[in-house]
Design a binder for this molecule. Structure first.
Ligand code: ZN
Length: 350
């Protein structure tokens, strides 16, 4: 059944005809190297007909897979964007078979602001999928990715870090497809990336993420956390850069490249439900009794929570709910009820 069309003679027919309101001069089907911007409409007090220009680059050479690389999904995470900006320096002279789409800072307003969420609408891009064509700036970005980029991509990598509120061990995050053939294909990419750890994340049912949306499209999707503190982790950046080169090679996109051999055989770990999360039960100032990467036992003292309004009272002791390795730790000592203070992961077998 043909879709409904606009009637140009009827001014009251306002059926939207464009799948997205974000436009670009980039032609994803054109051969060669292109740079440009995604023009995200943003009409506001100081710019009535304005837009936000978010940089994008595409290299297409012949037939082959399409790989989408994104960073800056959160604006205070820097290893991904820096690795991708360095990749952009090489892209014009790269020899590939297929198509490479690179967006170093997907939530561009957040990235320019150095914040997790957008200063325009407070949008957390990674909690807004599948987005909204007619929504806020951040919702429109999510919708563009979901409707224009995911359908074109065979492999997607989204590069994260802990941001200002966390420090995270450099870790690839894996979401294994259930289909055995797809799973084998996926594990080749995991092995190629060769992060020190590969973690099966448990977001406690959260399904508004970029990753959940990519999986709904049947795309092979990898992401990872490579540092934190709103800074650039030097080791994390090296892991990302080398991992990307090996993954691009493993997809067949850069067959002529000779990427550096892996430094690690990745170790699989898994987050298993709320028992691996440590949350703050009340406001206070938290004294941690652990360090990132430490192995802890179930019931072990995690830290003490002091009440700044009654500093003479005994601090409340917090204990880990399960054994595991501390893969992620909160940056800020001040906590509010519900804040995640630490995340654990246990060794996993696939
Ligand atoms: Zn992130």
């Amino acid at each position: 059944m043909p879709g409904r069309q606009n009637d140009p003679t009827n001014p009251t027919d306002l059926t939207p005809t464009r799948k997205t309101l974000i436009s670009t001069e980039i032609d994803y089907e054109r051969e060669g190297f292109q740079t440009g911007v995604l023009r995200i409409p943003y009409s506001h007090d100081r710019s009535a007909y304005g837009h936000i220009p978010a940089p994008v680059a595409v290299l297409k050479q012949g037939a082959g897979p399409t790989v989408l690389l994104t960073g800056g999904n959160h604006g205070d995470e820097y290893e991904g964007p820096l690795a991708l900006m360095k990749l952009l320096q090489r892209m014009p002279t790269m020899q590939i078979q297929g198509r490479l789409i690179v967006i170093p800072a997907l939530n561009f307003p957040a990235f320019l602001n150095g914040s997790r969420t957008s200063p325009i609408d407070r949008g957390n891009l990674n909690r807004m999928f599948p987005g909204d064509r007619n929504g806020s700036v951040t919702a429109m970005i999510a919708h563009y990715v979901d409707s224009e980029l995911f359908p074109r991509a065979d492999v997607v990598l989204d590069l994260h870090a802990g941001g200002a509120s966390f420090n995270h061990m450099p870790t690839l995050l894996a979401a294994l497809p259930s289909d055995p053939a797809r799973r084998a294909e996926y594990l080749k990419l995991v092995d190629a990336f060769a992060a020190p750890h590969t973690m099966i994340m448990d977001l406690l049912g959260e399904d508004r993420t970029y990753g959940a949306a990519a999986e709904r499209h049947g795309t092979l999707f990898l992401c990872g956390e490579f540092g934190g503190f709103g800074s650039c982790n030097v080791e994390g950046l090296a892991i990302v850069e080398q991992g990307l080169r090996r993954v691009l090679h493993a997809t067949g996109l850069t067959r002529g490249d000779s990427p550096p051999p892996p430094r690690h055989d990745t170790r699989f770990i898994a987050v298993e439900g709320t028992r691996h999360y440590l949350f703050a039960p009340r406001h206070g100032v938290f004294e941690p009794c652990f360090t990132l990467g430490q192995q802890v036992a179930a019931g072990e003292l995690a830290g003490r929570l002091f009440d700044p309004h009654a500093p003479w009272e005994r601090p409340r002791e917090l204990h880990f709910g399960a054994a595991g390795m501390v893969v992620c730790a909160r940056s800020f000592a001040g906590v509010a009820p519900g804040d995640c203070i630490a995340l654990l992961a246990s060794p996993a077998t696939l």
